[in-house]
Design a protein around this ligand. Structure first.
Ligand code: GPK
Length: 809
């Protein structure tokens, strides 16, 4: 890879500005410079992109396609510069031209085509695939509106549309010539061919054009450029005119055009919960039909092999059940267009698809009304029916012990189509995303399926790209690490383990401490600038950043804050290390209780932050519009990483890994990947509290526990709940009654009260530990040292070797 120097870049930026904008640098805005730099990076990318595709084609490599309704990519300029080895030079060039790098990068809108963990995981996976020389690509939807922008107004979440494409997006290329047609609705007719085989013809379907927009996925300093292909829904050109002669055709047409464009109109803003809207079903079919057509066309064009060989060259990972209609879609094309028999098509299909499950929450399970699928996708419905029929038959005849369970196993049952069941039956691999999660799938949630298909089930613990989440977001830490152990860890993140040898080196620990402190100062400045609130950069930065969900228990966190505040009011002079509690969280717009919690946090903040009697010992910061870019600012500054979900509920978590990698200590429950973090760093380097998953599951089985007992026996708890009920935190006395009722009348379904006391006690341990700087930094460095295990490079290697059977090219 040729080294590009700062002065080269400077010159190229100047030239660009002249050619493209006819302007001198002196007159250029941050935006002008952003576009100039992006197009320079694109000039570097394009030949490599072409070469990568050539190489895959000439080697006829097996390819993996990652199908996902979400790709939460965030900004790309900085990470593309980093992966091209141009970041240092670019920063220097920009500063020399009189620009602040950060302001130039901030010109890019976050591509927020995802809700949270699931979408961000997809983005990290693409980064690792390219960086590890794997032929792997993403397929998704080019939503015109990404995840809503969050404003906090009088403590409440307000949603604004995220029209992220307002300005041209420099990383995408429209490839109209590769468009495909998608068909909805209509009638299916069945004919018998002369040879006796069946032929299906569709009539009066609604046709939509899927136009691909390609985004390059740049590997780290390896010249690899893979592709993220995002589909956009458009009317088929020419069809307007056909209808022009009809009466009022023009208005019908506008209406029609609008309904087509809606398909890629916006991202559904729900995380881990199922909404059941027809438009969402359309989006799902739109994604999978365009992707499967594309995959098959490409296979036929470049491999010159019969379709029966598809599984040797193609593997498709479906990211949760959202793209699971890809399965009947594949069957449809193989049979109806390619004239394969059912058995042959089934053999191909079941050897191509692999399915990842991301949650056991029942509210997230996708089941569509039979009628909806039948109406929107009549041929797909027939195929699902047939898959179901054959599957139920096989249970009836081959697994008598499960006959009574058929209603719980059938893909179509009680009028609904169960997408997870479809995915399990039709895939060769089913994986969970952390060890405990996979165990719960096997032992509980998917127990009977596990007994039917024990070999399909496997675990792939999630990971995060250390390039973005350490190298890019925390350059100071990366530099110290490289000074100590050399820079091989960048290619081999597990080598971070060498840091252990130095975890008692006092001078070094002080250096790490200094880096953390500098990062905290940067965040404190940002917070001041955003909120006007001054925070103490010597205080413990205690961070909980993730979607707002009852199971993630932001409520437990804010209860603890209220408790501390109550204590301080009683005894303002008590000796206490100052704390800053930092929250970032979006709630699904229709999730009432989640929004109440946001309001509660903001209300508590507005009281605590301005109460001078507590001498600045406590601050509560709710940063609005939590997104990838904001995570990038917060994570390097975190001392404590709050991972406090009700045990058994968080499939894995990935924020836990990001903060660990940046030297934060986890305060968490034995849930998701926290368990694997604990196993690595040991009990001395993590703060674990609360019920275990087994205990939680047992309570659920026996109808829960009695929350009122705790309310009546623990004065601290009673006081907090009464404060909520009596309006101590609000203007009207009805303010937080619903939270109060949910805990006492719905019996605290997420065990907030049950885990409250152990949580307090563990916080006390944290506070005490923080006072001993060296011990704390030793713990911190130990966490960084083990975090290489959670690089998504490791995860991707495991997917590649165990599931995908693909090789590095
Ligand atoms: C799980 F089911 C879902 C979903 O719809 N969205 C989502 O982000 C998350 N997830 C899990 O909640 C996390 O525990 C997990 O780390 C992440 O997916 C990636 O696997």
């Amino acid at each position: 890879m040729p080294q590009i120097t700062a002065s080269d870049l400077k010159e190229r930026i100047e030239k660009r500005l002249i050619i493209e904008n006819g302007m001198e640098v002196a007159n250029a805005t941050n935006k002008d410079v952003y576009y100039a730099l992006a197009s320079i990076v694109n000039e570097e990318i394009i030949p490599n992109w072409f070469n990568t595709n050539q190489k895959y084609a000439s080697k006829r490599s097996k390819q993996v396609y990652y199908l996902s309704m979400e790709f939460l990519i965030g900004r790309l300029l900085e990470s593309n510069l980093l992966n091209y080895g141009m970041l240092h030079a670019a920063k220097e060039a920009l500063e020399e031209l009189g620009f602040h790098t950060e302001n130039v990068f901030a010109e890019e809108r976050d591509a927020a085509l995802g809700n949270g963990g699931l979408g961000r995981l997809a983005a990290c996976f693409l980064d690792s695939l390219a960086s590890l020389y794997y032929p792997g690509h993403g397929f998704g939807i080019r939503y015109r509106y990404g995840l809503f922008e969050q404003r906090i107004i009088h403590g409440n979440q307000v949603e604004l549309p995220d029209y992220w494409l307002k300005n041209p997006y420099p990383w995408e290329t429209r490839n109209e010539e590769e468009s495909v047609v998608i068909q909805f609705q209509g009638k299916v007719h069945m004919f018998k061919r002369n040879d006796g085989s069946l032929e299906f013809k569709y009539e009066n379907t609604d046709k939509v054009m899927a136009v691909p927009y390609d985004i390059p996925v740049v590997g780290y300093k390896n010249n690899v450029v893979n592709t993220l292909r995002l589909w956009s829904a458009e009317p088929i050109p020419g069809t307007e005119n056909e209808r022009m002669e009809e009466n009022q055709a023009f208005y019908h047409d506008l209406d029609h055009q609008h309904s087509i464009e809606q398909i890629s109109g916006f991202l559904y803003p729900d995380d881990s919960s199922y909404e059941g809207k027809e438009l969402r079903l359309k989006q799902q079919y739109f994604l999978v039909s365009s992707s499967i057509q594309n995959i098959l066309k490409k296979f036929k064009k470049s491999y010159h092999l019969p379709l029966s060989k598809l599984p040797e060259k193609v593997v498709i990972q479906i990211n949760d059940t959202h793209p699971s209609l890809a399965i009947p879609e594949m069957m449809r094309i193989l049979m109806d267009d390619e004239r394969m028999e059912w058995d042959a098509a089934w053999k191909v299909t079941t050897n191509v698809f692999a399915y990842t499950n991301h949650t056991t929450l029942s509210e997230a399970l996708e089941t569509w009304p039979e009628e909806m699928i039948k109406d929107l996708l009549p041929r797909i419905y027939m195929i699902i029916e047939e898959i179901n029929e054959r599957f139920c038959q096989s249970i009836w005849f081959d697994h008598e012990e499960l006959r009574d369970e058929i209603p719980e196993l059938a893909i179509i049952s009680y009028g609904r189509v169960h997408m997870a069941r479809l995915a399990i039956v039709s895939s060769f691999s089913v994986n969970g995303v952390a060890r405990i999660h996979t165990e719960i799938l096997k032992k509980k949630e998917m127990k009977d399926f596990y007994s039917l298909f024990p070999n399909k089930f496997n675990n792939k613990t999630n990971g995060i790209t250390h390039r973005r989440w350490l190298l890019q977001v925390n350059p100071k830490l990366a530099e110290v690490v490289s000074d100590v152990i050399g820079s091989q860890w960048i290619k081999r993140p597990k080598q971070l383990i060498s840091l252990l040898k130095y975890s008692n080196d006092k001078a070094l620990l002080e250096q790490f401490d200094q880096v953390k402190h500098e990062n905290k100062k940067l965040l404190a400045n940002y917070i001041h600038q955003q909120t006007g609130i001054l925070i103490d950069d010597q205080s413990i930065f205690d961070v909980q950043i993730k979607r707002l969900h009852e199971y993630k228990r932001q409520l437990l966190n804010i209860f603890h804050v209220i408790y501390l505040y109550n204590e301080l009011k009683e005894n303002p002079n008590q000796d206490m290390t100052p704390r800053t509690f930092i929250f970032g969280a979006k709630a699904a717009p229709s999730y009432y209780l989640a929004k109440e919690v946001i309001k509660l946090i903001n209300t508590v903040a507005s009281i605590v932050n301005y109460d001078t009697s507590i001498q600045g010992k406590l601050k509560v910061i709710f940063l609005e519009n939590y997104n990838v870019s904001l995570a990038e600012r917060i994570i390097p500054a975190a001392d404590i990483s709050e991972q406090i979900s009700t045990a058994s509920k968080e499939a894995s978590g990935t924020g836990n890994m990001k903060m660990m990698m940046n030297g934060a200590l986890t305060l968490g429950t034995l849930d998701g990947a926290n368990i694997e973090i604990r196993d690595l760093v040991g009990d001395d380097n993590i703060f674990i509290f609360g019920l275990t998953a087994d205990e939680v599951l047992e309570y659920y089985q026996n109808g829960g526990y009695n929350a009122r007992d705790i309310y009546h026996t623990d004065d601290r708890v009673k006081r907090i709940l009464d404060q909520l009920n009596q309006g101590a935190f609000g203007v009207h006395d009805i303010e937080f009654k619903d939270i109060f009722y949910n805990i006492l009348y719905h019996n605290d379904p997420y065990f907030v009260l049950k885990d409250f006391e152990p949580y307090l006690e563990t916080h006390e341990l944290v506070e005490r530990a923080y006072r001993d700087r060296l011990t704390w930094m030793n713990m911190s460095v130990t966490n960084i040292a083990y975090s290489g295990k959670f690089s998504s490079d490791q995860t991707i290697r495991e997917y590649a070797s165990d599931i995908w059977k693909i090789k590095q090219v």
